[in-house]
Ligand binder design. Structure first.
Ligand SMILES: NC(=O)c1ccc[n+]([C@@H]2O[C@H](COP(=O)([O-])OP(=O)(O)OC[C@H]3O[C@@H](n4cnc5c(N)ncnc54)[C@H](O)[C@@H]3O)[C@@H](O)[C@H]2O)c1
Length: 306
């Protein structure tokens, strides 16, 4: 049986059903898919169902696809049973490279020849994970973010032996289940977003350990500062708006550019392509409107019991 078009995927195997695997299952169920899960852990089925139940009201809040139901979840006793009839396999086993390499070989043996085998790994090179597969061309990283039933970003990463069609198919598939796919041009450990997170956390550690501030100041410096803009402005676009009416060019004139000439030119071209059609005053109003909604919409941490 040939690989279905991304929008026609009906059955997904979730191999590994912990925090991320069960979250994926909830996301897929909410998009009207059938989900078959395997996980050798104690009480794995009950734990996965509890995650799905916890996620469901939030997924209902976002809007369920027609036919979406938690009854379309089933738990089986082996990897072979889980993947045998799947249109996509999403692996979310523990982050151990030897375990994942062996698991991919097993999934490769039992899945239909065209089925894409995607890994939720947070860091490993796909070239390693596919190294013991007979059909490595269908192996790819599809790295989500916790909670995987809500967070849109999925990083799609190819290994040396991954076929370009596998990457394109995976990118398109994730978009059909409410995700935003970002495809890396080449593989690197930790991919993109976790590398950002690591840099920020390492700097936070340095600031605290050097007595510059405490942990609450670290968190507030993100949640009340740049983090509040990050839901709609990334690293580059933040600088475009920081440049006022002159945009990114003015920001560069003021603060300089740390990178090389090529990255400066591609940055200016990128903001022009994405924002150039919007007058700066309108872009600022869009930013302010988003900030106002975020500030009003945030809920405080539940109060400590008295
Ligand atoms: N937790 C996160 O924030 C996060 C975010 C993105 C990606 N990831 C990645 O997702 C993967 C899973 O992480 P998690 O946080 O869900 O871990 P977890 O410990 O919550 O779940 C792992 C599950 O895998 C099961 N398992 C153990 N051996 C297995 C095997 N041989 N085959 C199938 N399942 C097996 C365990 O019983 C457990 O239920 C890891 O690769 C991790 O790096 C985690």
């Amino acid at each position: 049986m040939a690989r279905p078009a991304p929008q026609d995927v009906a059955t997904i195997a979730c191999v590994g059903g912990g925090t991320i695997g069960a979250g994926w299952a909830a996301c897929f169920l909410a998009h009207g898919k059938d989900v078959v899960m395997s996980d050798p852990g104690p009480d794995a089925e009950a734990k996965a169902r509890a995650v799905i139940d916890q996620a469901w009201p939030h997924l209902e809040g976002l809007g369920l696809a027609g036919g979406a139901s938690r009854d379309r979840f089933c738990f089986v006793g082996s990897v072979a049973e889980a993947v045998g009839d799947a249109d996509l396999v999403q692996e979310s086993a523990p982050e151990r490279e030897d375990l994942k390499i062996a698991l991919f070989a097993e999934m490769d043996e039992h899945a239909r020849p065209d089925t894409v085998l995607a890994s939720s790994s947070s860091a490993f090179l796909p070239s390693h994970l596919q190294s013991k597969c007979k059909r490595p061309e269908r192996v790819v990283i599809g790295h989500p973010f916790a909670p995987s039933y809500l967070m849109p970003l999925v990083e799609v990463v190819a290994g040396e032996a991954t076929a370009p069609e596998t990457v394109a198919w995976s990118r398109d598939f994730y978009e059909t289940v409410g995700k935003r796919s970002v495809v890396l041009k080449k593989e690197i450990e930790g991919y993109i977003a976790n590398r950002f997170q690591m840099v920020v956390f390492e700097e936070a550690l340095r600031l605290v350990e050097n007595g510059i501030c405490d942990w609450e100041a670290i968190d507030l410096s993100i949640t009340e500062g740049p983090g509040l803009r990050w839901p709609f402005l990334g690293s580059l676009s933040t600088n475009h708006l920081a440049g006022g009416k002159g945009g990114l060019q003015h920001a560069i004139d003021m603060w300089g550019w740390q990178g090389n000439e090529e990255s400066r030119a591609s940055a200016l071209a990128s903001v022009d392509e994405r924002f150039g059609h919007v007058p700066m005053a309108e872009l600022e109003a869009w930013r302010d409107d988003n900030l106002m909604r975020l500030i009003k919409g945030r809920r405080a941490v539940p109060a400590r019991p008295k």
